[in-house]
Write a protein that binds this ligand. Structure first.
Ligand code: AVJ
Length: 371
């Protein structure tokens, strides 16, 4: 366990997630949804308006803290490369998280709806296979919505929500805890890109690692394999993984999903420049950059770039970068798997007996495999 680990006593009135105001979130490309803007007390005040002192509270542990100097250095390193890039983790500031949430409502963006429809229709089969009463470890927690929908069928012995920052989890988990007092909950601030050291607060017993939303698509297959291997190392016999994966399909459908008519994905992509300006003090002018999304069929991935509309020089306190008109900054890859290939990846990581559920069009799949 990291030396930074500090078990945190949950305040009686969980505060609004502060990190939402200052930050980037994720290197695991989870979906960060801005927390609902409830008055803090709205979550636990009952009846006569006095806060109860005996309500069940989730536990929070922060294992890993992002350091702003490291984030700056990471961005500047990416901007200095011959092929400039910005990691997709910088999409998810407050506005970016809201834009992502808006993306999931777009008619063209099928993954979220399709995955939800599979969970809805396959929930009994998934529970039969994964087994109820497990410790549910949510690696793509975001707003915890997807896991919460599985509670009735899975009846987890504990719900562990993982995020880069526990601050993102406080509000959501506190209200989820009130709605599900029978399920002990733990919010864990951890980095999925490092080894998975689960603290002792994670109950013993069968574990189900849950990674929904095709977040795994942001990793190149070789890095997805490394992540699965880390999960495999943390899993014992009887444990399993449940992973949402977007599937390979025709280029038109894919490109439309990442270049919608309303321009929400374009705004989501271009917003990364505002976040970068905030973090490194650069002067990217948004009007100089257009959104580009292409499908590389060979690599089976959507690639997002920001393309310079004219010659520009971007400056920051200790440097600058010139871009010629047409030059691109790479911002995201979203890999699309063929079902057999993802099953092979799971087996290569040491998982066994992979099964998947899909929708009638075969656009998205949920995989289960055993540790
Ligand atoms: C959150 C990584 C699953 O790749 O589809 C949506 C992010 N980017 N539209 C995806 C995203 C542009 C999304 N993931």
């Amino acid at each position: 366990m990291s030396a930074l680990t500090t078990p945190n006593k949950t305040p009686l009135n969980p505060s609004r997630p502060k990190a939402l105001n200052n930050g980037t979130s994720h290197n695991t490309h989870n979906n960060h949804h801005a927390a609902p803007e409830l008055a803090p007390e709205a979550r636990i005040v009952v009846g006569n308006g006095h806060a109860r002192h005996d309500v069940l509270q989730p536990e929070f542990i922060q294992q890993y803290r992002e350091d702003s100097r490291a984030l700056r250095a990471e961005i500047l390193q990416g901007l200095g490369r011959p092929q400039a890039n910005i990691s997709p983790k910088f999409f998810y500031d407050v506005l970016g998280s809201r834009l992502f949430e808006a993306i999931t409502d777009l008619p063209e963006y099928y993954p979220t709806r399709t995955e939800a429809s599979i969970f809805a229709s396959a929930a009994p089969a998934i529970a039969a296979r994964a087994g109820s009463g497990c410790v549910l470890i949510d690696l793509g927690a975001g707003n915890c919505e997807k896991a919460a929908r599985l509670f009735p069928s899975l009846q987890p012995a504990q719900y562990v929500a993982l995020d880069i920052s526990v601050e993102f989890l406080r509000g959501t988990l506190a209200s989820l805890q009130q709605q599900n007092p029978q399920i002990p909950m733990l919010g864990l601030g951890a980095d999925l890109c490092g080894p998975l050291d689960l603290p002792t607060s994670v109950k013993r017993g069968r574990r189900l690692f849950f990674y929904p939303g095709s977040s795994i698509g942001n990793f190149a297959p070789i890095d997805a394999l490394a992540l699965l291997q880390r999960l495999r190392a943390a899993a014992g016999p009887g444990d399993g993984v449940l992973i949402g994966v977007d599937l390979h399909k025709d280029a038109d459908t894919l490109v439309a999903a990442y270049d919608d008519a309303l321009g929400v994905t374009a705004a989501f992509n271009r917003n990364v420049l505002r976040n970068v300006n905030r973090i490194v003090g650069s002067d990217f002018a948004l009007e100089d950059w257009r959104h580009a999304a292409t499908f590389d069929a060979q690599a089976s991935r959507i690639q997002m770039h920001l393309q310079a509309l004219r010659d520009v020089t971007v400056r920051w306190p200790e440097g600058e970068r010139r871009f010629a008109a047409g030059d691109q900054i790479h911002t995201e890859d979203s890999h699309k798997y063929r079902p057999d290939d993802f099953a092979i990846l799971l087996e290569a990581a040491g998982f066994t007996d992979p099964v998947s559920w899909t929708d009638p069009r075969g656009w998205f799949a949920i995989f289960h495999a055993r540790g």
